[in-house]
Design a protein around this ligand. Structure first.
Ligand code: CTP
Ligand code: MG
Length: 223
């Protein structure tokens, strides 16, 4: 394998409601992070997995993942971007393709991991999986009055894993100032073209209780 996958998993999961950090909450009896790592490890190209865990849970996460796949666990940071940077710093020499995948996208198919990695391998410096936007989208003013309707056809909803040539991701993180919600955003600021590939509905981000219920259902349909 020529791919390292960084798994930011250090978030609190505030929008999921009170409870453990999101990556450690159960989905069909196993933590979200276990589902995510098992699926990532099932992708043939994956050589290295580095998880950024909540600081207080690093030893627990090491124990949790030991039976699932060989992983390195590092303490995450205050923002997602800090967690990704910490994981990136722990990647050993070797892999020249680095993917970043949210633990919250626990049902990511191994095929999506492979297709993003393959697009980087074929020569793209930065690759993101996307879906078309299905809802009509409005721009609103501060008082919730509509300013206008956005042209949906040019919009894409962005998922992870996002894939990068290693040197490109490292340079983007080294130059980062304000925290962004995705890594491709940092790369864009460097002027590097970011290419879209088809995403997967199974790679939905489990954010709110509805998403967790949906993921439970999806596992009963397609384990
Ligand atoms: N993440 C992280 N470190 C942080 C914040 C987020 O590693 N300081 C990770 C989360 O664990 C998650 C991914 O980034 O896998 C996407 O973040 P999000 O879905 O927002 O998760 P949380 O931040 O945990 O959720 P919330 O924003 O509702 O608290
Ligand atoms: Mg968050």
């Amino acid at each position: 394998g020529d791919v390292a996958v960084l798994v930011p998993a250090a978030g609190a999961g505030i929008r999921l409601g009170p409870g453990a950090p999101k990556a450690l909450r159960p989905l069909a009896g196993e933590p979200l992070l276990v589902h995510a790592v098992r699926r990532i490890a099932g992708a043939r190209s994956v050589h290295t997995i580095v998880v950024a865990a909540p600081v207080a849970d690093v030893p627990a996460v090491q124990e949790l993942l030991a039976p699932v796949a060989p992983v390195t666990v590092v303490p995450g940071g205050a923002h997602r971007q800090d967690s990704v940077a910490a994981a990136l710093a722990a990647v050993p020499a070797g892999p020249e393709i680095v993917l970043v995948h949210d633990a919250a996208r626990a049902l990511v198919p191994a095929e999506l991991v492979e297709s993003v990695a393959a697009a980087v391998r074929s020569g793209h410096d930065a690759v993101i999986p996307v879906l078309p936007v299905v809802d009509t989208v409005k721009e609103v003013c501060a008082d919730e009055v509509v300013r206008g309707t956005v042209d949906r056809s040019v919009l894409r909803a962005v998922q992870t894993p996002q894939g990068f040539r290693r040197s490109v991701l490292a340079a983007a993180h080294a130059a980062a100032v304000d925290p962004l919600t995705d890594d491709a955003g940092l790369v864009e600021k460097q002027g590097v073209p970011v290419v879209c590939v088809p995403g997967s509905e199974y790679a939905l981000k489990i954010t709110r209780p509805f998403d967790l219920a949906l993921a439970e259902h999806l596992l009963t349909v397609r384990p």
